[in-house]
Design a protein around this ligand. Structure first.
Ligand code: NAD
Ligand code: WQD
Length: 341
């Protein structure tokens, strides 16, 4: 059984990926400092797979502790690195927190593994690296644009650090996955997204409004040059996204990769407007949502959706869930969370 380290494995995307890794027969060790997650998630994972992953509570900013971890666990074949801070707005007000948490941790990990004979590494990147691309859908060939936020910049710099390191570290092979907008939860309702405070993202705001936690959803602008005037994104079910990590990891472990640093877009290939997301929610939840149109949100790009040809053909992965399925899973998760609180 190959041992895989999942940093940030108790977080939203990490926990769903741990489940898929275990179901695919991998042994998982999680590192998490619980800054945006809780230990309860381990039970959720175990309830789905029947296997409790090994968990080390560790802050990757603690260099000594991280070095000791890698000394203790030398038999790791792969790393999926989710651990990072991800609030775009907070990164603007506290950039150093983001540069430290998202980049110094990456550097420390790479220092520990760069001399290993064989190590596979999957990086959590983001479609935010493309900014407002000139043509849609966005392929991996689209240029990386100057980042709008320090958060986005950490993803761009993270990719550069990995690319440069993979050039000189012979045993290191890297795949960077550029996620579009992950939504939804596991169909078991054992794990899902747990936003801290008022959600900044659309889907948790919708479900929290419907459950009565928020009064109404503010739709940020309906005067964009799109069909219904609201912004377009590529919303991908988190379980589809989790499966992409397993596929990417296997590609590296089976030495199917073409270069030591590869990039794939992970989305559905389909753009949905904010109003379409609301309609989907209303359809699957069989209730109407309280929302109003307000002004644009600063920094929002008009339209972003993926060209997934490379992931479909070269990686051999394709998203299978529909927007309705993802919205239903988000709604079922919200209802479960509120019932147990
Ligand atoms: P999340 O906050 O739910 O998960 C991140 C996990 O990392 C949390 O459990 C947190 O406690 C942990 N963590 C943070 N800093 C740490 C540190 N110093 N040491 C140890 N653990 C630490 O976030 P997520 O939505 O699951 O995102 C996972 C990754 O995917 C992040 O790198 C994020 O930037 C990236 N990403 C997320 C999205 C999205 O919309 N959710 C989109 C694109 C990329
Ligand atoms: C989606 C759409 C909003 C909330 C962010 C990060 C990005 C990535 C994913 C990590 C937009 C609209 C939202 C609300 C609204 N994360 N909206 N009312 O902005 O595409 O991306 O999360 O890498 O880096 O920037 O996602 O969910 O915030 O917004 O109308 O209350 O919903 O304007 O059009 P976004 P989002």
């Amino acid at each position: 059984m190959k041992k895989i380290l999942v940093t940030g494995g108790l977080g939203y995307i990490g926990s769903h990926t741990v489940v898929e890794l275990q179901l695919a027969g991998f042994e998982v060790i999680i590192i998490d400092n619980l800054s945006n997650s809780s230990k309860e998630v381990i039970h959720g994972i175990k309830n789905i797979t029947g296997v409790e992953p090994t968990f080390e509570e560790l802050d990757l900013r603690d260099k000594e502790a991280t070095i000791s971890f890698f000394k203790k666990h030398s038999a790791i074949s792969g790393i999926i690195h989710f651990a990072a801070s991800k609030a775009v707005g907070e990164s603007v007000t506290n950039p150093l927190l983001y540069y430290e948490n998202n980049l110094s941790t990456l550097i420390t990990i790479l220092q520990q593994i760069q001399h290993k004979e064989n190590i596979s590494f999957i990086f959590s990147s983001s479609c935010t690296v493309y900014g407002q691309a000139e043509t849609m859908p966005i392929s991996e060939k689209a240029p990386v644009q100057q980042a709008i936020s320090p958060y986005g910049n950490t993803k761009q710099i993270g990719e550069e650090i990995l690319q440069d390191t993979a050039k000189i570290a012979e045993g290191l092979q890297v795949i960077s996955l550029r996620y579009f907008n992950p939504i939804g939860a596991h169909s078991s309702t054992e794990i899902g997204e747990l936003p801290d405070g008022v959600p900044q993202n659309l889907v948790p705001f919708i479900t929290q409004t419907a459950i009565g936690l928020r009064q109404e959803l503010a739709v940020f602008g309906n005067d964009y040059p799109t069909e219904d005037g609201t912004c377009i994104r590529d919303y991908i079910h988190v379980v589809d996204l989790a499966k992409a990590h397993v596929t990417a990891l296997k590609r590296l472990l089976d030495e199917k990769h073409e270069t030591s640093f590869e990039v794939f877009n992970i989305g559905t290939g389909k753009g949905s407007s904010v109003l379409e997301v609301i309609e989907s929610f209303e359809r699957v939840s069989k209730q109407s949502l309280n929302y109003k149109i307000v002004g644009r949100r600063e920094g929002d790009v008009i339209s972003v959706y993926a060209d997934t040809t490379k992931a479909n053909t070269i990686l051999g992965w394709k998203a299978t869930s529909t927007l309705d399925e993802a919205m239903l899973s988000a709604w079922e998760w919200e209802q479960k969370v509120r019932k147990t609180k």
